[in-house]
Design a protein around this ligand. Structure first.
Ligand code: CO
Length: 137
């Protein structure tokens, strides 16, 4: 079940450079910078009320994200929706005929479980689902 927009992700060549606009014009700080193991990305978050902007920087050439950045330049990359049971939600998307990038969740930022829906299914918008990690797990 979808709960809210967790974040909107913006791909940037460099996190610190990308964060300047938010700091200088909006007074918002980049926090929780982290390299995501196995995804060849470095991410950081700018909290805005209940949601966040995620800045994503590719750390290797030749990855899908690096090519996306090279082809299109910096800009919005995906929208992430928080769900309460990602395994069940990915399965439900698949049963309804969605094209999935991840059929089973992988580990994202903050130890969250994440999975991506292919933009072919979702009108050209890359959609990420995330389930926050629960302290009791
Ligand atoms: Co994201």
């Amino acid at each position: 079940m979808i709960k809210k927009i967790d974040h909107i992700a913006v791909v940037v060549p460099n996190l610190e450079e990308g964060a300047k606009f938010y700091k200088e014009f909006l007074g918002l700080n980049l926090a929780d910078v982290e390299e995501i193991e196995g995804m060849d990305t470095k991410v950081g978050f700018i909290a805005i009320g209940e949601t966040k902007i995620e800045l994503v920087q590719p750390t290797k050439e030749e990855t899908g994200l690096a090519k996306y950045l090279a082809n299109r330049g910096p800009g919005i990359h995906h929208i992430c929706l928080e769900v309460d049971d990602i395994e069940a939600d990915l399965k439900a998307f698949k049963e309804k005929g969605a094209l999935l990038i991840d059929e089973t969740p992988r580990k994202g930022a903050h130890g969250m479980k994440v999975g991506f829906i292919h933009p072919k299914t979702s009108g050209g918008v890359l959609i990420e689902l995330c389930e926050p990690s629960h302290p009791k797990d």
